[in-house]
Design a protein around this ligand. Structure first.
Ligand code: HEC
Length: 195
């Protein structure tokens, strides 16, 4: 895993409010300043996003579509009365987070996206997606300034772990790339934290 020099110097201040109960029910409040390094925070968020996507794929899609065969998964899930695809579930969640206007954001992107909306836009995103494609197994960490705000930006590889990943993408009418293979980095999860 590549360690970027920024992570050594930047920490996100977190104000922790401690309420201390004293004898006689008297309360005293103290503010303690702790810190979470942006890299540790981005890595933790990524592990939750990854876990949720895996759980949805295994416990919902694979179980109901492949094993029980009671419903299909489809990109046009509303018209088809089907389950949304894992990448769509991921994007719907990220869109709700973006509405909160906290400055924190995440997205699943690719240099070869089926959905143009998932194309990298900032220089850091482009550089990061190229880096993880060229260096399999490694993450990419950097900082970027957008609209006068500094962000810590992390990019994690999204790998073709199973045949349906490559089959569906290679055959999709909107794909710009038709030769994905198992084990390829197909894109990446971009996490951006204001610092
Ligand atoms: C049944 C088809 C299907 C399968 C299976 C599938 N995808 Fe996708 N994938 C899509 C569609 C459609 C999108 C665009 C979703 C959206 O609207 O954002 C997408 C989006 C993505 C993106 C974001 C960039 C883009 O292409 O828009 C990545 C990265 C990705 N998928 C990787 C994977 C991986 C890795 C797997 C296997 C674990 C996988 N996909 C399985 C259909 C599929």
């Amino acid at each position: 895993m590549k360690v970027n020099r920024f992570q050594l110097f930047t920490t996100i201040p977190v104000a922790t409010l401690l309420t201390v109960s004293l004898a006689g029910c008297q309360k005293e409040e103290a503010t303690q300043s702790a810190g979470i390094a942006p890299k540790a925070m981005a890595d933790a968020i990524h592990s939750v996003l990854e876990a949720d996507r895996t759980v949805y794929t295994k416990k919902v899609i694979t179980r109901l579509v492949k094993k029980e065969k009671v419903i299909k998964a489809s990109e046009q899930f509303e018209d088809d009365k089907a389950l949304p695809l894992p990448a769509q579930m991921f994007r719907f969640g990220s869109e709700l987070v973006a509405e909160k206007d906290s400055g924190f954001s995440y997205s699943l992107q690719s240099l070869w996206p089926i959905n143009k909306q998932n194309e990298p836009k900032t220089e850091a995103e482009k550089k990061g997606l190229q880096y993880i494609a060229d260096n399999p197994g490694q993450n990419f960490y950097t900082e970027e300034e957008l609209g006068g705000v500094n962000y810590y930006t992390a990019v994690y590889p999204d790998v073709a772990v199973a045949p349906p990943c490559v089959d569906c993408h290679n055959d999709h009418k909107d794909t710009p790339k038709t030769d994905f293979k198992i084990g390829d980095v197909m894109g990446g999860v971009v996490i951006r934290i204001p610092i």
